[in-house]
Every structure is written in C-alpha cells, then in structure tokens.
Design a protein around this ligand. Structure first.
Ligand code: GDP
Ligand code: MG
Ligand code: ZN
Length: 319
C-alpha cells in the first residue's frame, strides 16, 4: 500500500503523489466499495467528494502502474461551498455540499481592484466560507496597477477587521515577495472570482508552473474561464498551492442563521452580549450588533453583507 496525496482529479481519475517519492504520479481509480457506501449514487458531484484534492490516501498498485485508492484518511479540515443549483445536485430540495479541497493550512481569498471590479459583498461570502472551515484566511488584493484611487481604501478596511491583506500586481511585481513568504512551507489554496488573477499570481510566484491563464484563450472568447479543475502544485520546500477554477460567487455551506455571525470577525467579541440567546442580529431587541452598527463600531457595509447572507440561508435546512 502506498500512502499518497491526491493533487488532481479529472474524469474520475485521481492523480496522487506518493509520500516517499513526490515527483512520481500514480493514476488511480476509487475502490468500488466507496461508491456503494454512499446511498445517493445518482448524484455524481456527491460521489466525487468521497475523495478530493488534498486528501491523504492509501493506494494499492496494479501491475500496469496504475492504482486503486483503498482508503481516504480523516480530513484535518476541508473547504466547501454549496453545490451550485444544477439538475441532479438537489436532494429533497436541499443543496448539497461541494468539497473543494482538504487538509489546508491557509486560504487565500483573491480579489481584484478592476476587471473584475472589487466587490466587498462577494469577498465577504468567501471570507465566511473560509472562517467556517477553520482555515486561516488571508486576503490578496490583486491588480493594484489598475486600481482606482478610492478603491485602495479597501486595503485598510479589511486590515481593520483583523485580516492580513496583501496588495499585489503581476505587472509591477508589488506584493509578490510578501505573498511568497507567507506561503512558505504551507499548503495554501487560492480562491476567488474568475479573472481576478489566481493562476497569473501562481505563475508569477513560481514561473516553472506555466498554468494557463485568461489572456491566452483569446480564440475561445471565454477569456477568464481557463482553470478547469482544482489542482494542487508541489512547489518545493514542503509548500503546496492549490489553484481553483473560476466561480462567479459562492454560497457558504452548512451555516445556520444563528451561526453566521460567528464567521464575521469583528462581530465575534460582542456576540455574548446580545439580550437573546441565538440572536440573529436582525431585529431582536437588545442586540449589541445592531447598536454597534448605529454607533459605527461595526461598518454598515459589513452589516449589509451579513444581512444578505442571512437572507440566503434556507429555513429548516439540515446540517
Ligand atoms: N493589470 C493586471 N492584470 C492582471 C493581473 N493579474 C492577472 N491579470 C490578468 O487578468 C486576467 C485573468 O487572469 P487569470 O490568472 O486567468 O485569473 P483567474 O481566473 O483568477 O485564474 C489575465 O488576462 C491576466 O493577465 C495584475 O496584477 N494586473
Ligand atoms: Mg485560473
Ligand atoms: Zn444580536
């Protein structure tokens, strides 16, 4: 049995690197029994989540050099989102969890100042998903070379909430060293909207990767949708980076209305002072979050983001 780490999944094939020889690639399938363990077999997406990028697995080798994954080890953590609303993904009206990757040290939420425009509500959704996964969250604000003057205020805005914010540009090289230093020896995942520059940043950080980015797919006119699947890269010195495909926005998964406020960093210190247990900070009397917004200790922008997310959490959802 060869203990390995899964770094890429494509067309039901699992590509893994053995611990004792990370430069070798074992192309594997999943042992049939795994699939039977899951009752909802119709749901392809769900079945895929049995094993995700970042998982540690035991592989039994076939004679032809391919392998069969026999065991998936316990995940230290995992990052997920609600599966998009597409046919076959909904089960009894609920939306399923789509696991993006596992065993991560750091989540880098990448935003851009322009093309696409900076959108704080979208960023807040990514942050909540990260906070709820118990993964250390960092913010990278890319394309600072094409930022509008007033947008630069977002850097301080998110720093004040307690986040590490790394402004970057692949054109001028600003922030690239800081980002590289922060990744050192970690497993980090780059997440964010399509076109913000996730793959470009990876190429800039580690030129030998040559990942396809937005500007070389001109012939398809699709522009930014170039990263097709989650892919983990071993960049040496015990450092692994996960590039993820573009998304428009995400819904965090597995959060109840009562829980949501725990994933808004600056709300947390106040939460136990609300009059009601399980306060959703919407219209309950004696709510300290509401008061904090009134006296501007909590930003109205963040509170708006919070209320929008609160609205999208379905009632009675099972977790
Ligand atoms: N001006 C500018 N353009 C950038 C920067 N980073 C990436 N881009 C461009 O943004 C587009 C999308 O980049 P890509 O890496 O594919 O984005 P991804 O979808 O997040 O992986 C490409 O045309 C890049 O050249 C930057 O720092 N400044
Ligand atoms: Mg990409
Ligand atoms: Zn409250």
């Amino acid at each position: 049995m060869i203990k390995s780490k899964v770094f890429r999944i494509e067309s039901n094939m699992y590509y893994a690197m053995p611990f004792d020889n990370p430069s070798r690639v074992i192309r594997s399938t999943l042992r049939g029994r795994f699939k039977n363990d899951f009752k909802i077999k119709r749901d392809k997406l769900y079945v895929t989540d049995i094993c995700v990028v970042g998982d540690l697995v035991d592989i039994l080798m076939n004679e032809d050099g391919t392998g069969v994954i026999q065991k998936v080890y316990y995940r230290e953590n995992h990052l997920s989102r609600k599966a998009p609303r597409v046919k076959g993904v909904s089960f009894r009206g609920e939306r399923m969890e789509q696991v993006i990757a596992s065993n991560l040290d750091r989540l880098y939420v990448i935003t851009s100042f322009n093309r696409p425009e900076f959108n704080n509500k979208v960023l807040d959704r990514f942050l909540v998903a990260g906070e709820s996964s118990r993964i250390e969250v960092f913010i990278v604000m890319n394309k600072i070379d094409i930022a509008e003057e007033h947008d630069l205020e977002w850097i301080e805005f998110y720093k004040r909430l307690g986040y590490t914010v790394i402004p970057t540009s692949i054109k001028t090289g600003i922030g690239i060293d800081d980002l590289k230093e922060s990744l050192q020896g970690k497993t980090g995942l780059f997440w964010g909207q399509s076109g913000v520059g996730k793959s470009s940043l990876l190429n800039k950080l580690f030129p030998s990767l040559s990942i396809t980015t937005g500007d070389v797919s001109g012939s398809t006119n699709k522009g930014t949708h170039t990263t097709a699947s989650v892919w983990m890269f071993d960049v040496g010195d015990d450092t692994y980076i996960v590039d993820t495909p573009g998304v428009r926005e995400i819904d965090p998964y597995g959060i109840t209305k009562q829980d949501l406020s725990h994933y808004m960093r600056e709300f947390v210190p106040l939460l136990n002072q609300c009059k009601f247990n399980g306060c959703t900070h919407y219209h309950e009397p004696g709510c300290v979050i509401y008061d904090a917004v009134e006296n501007e200790t909590i930003s109205e922008l963040r509170y708006d983001s919070y209320l929008r997310m609160l609205e999208t959490i379905e009632e009675g959802m099972l977790y």
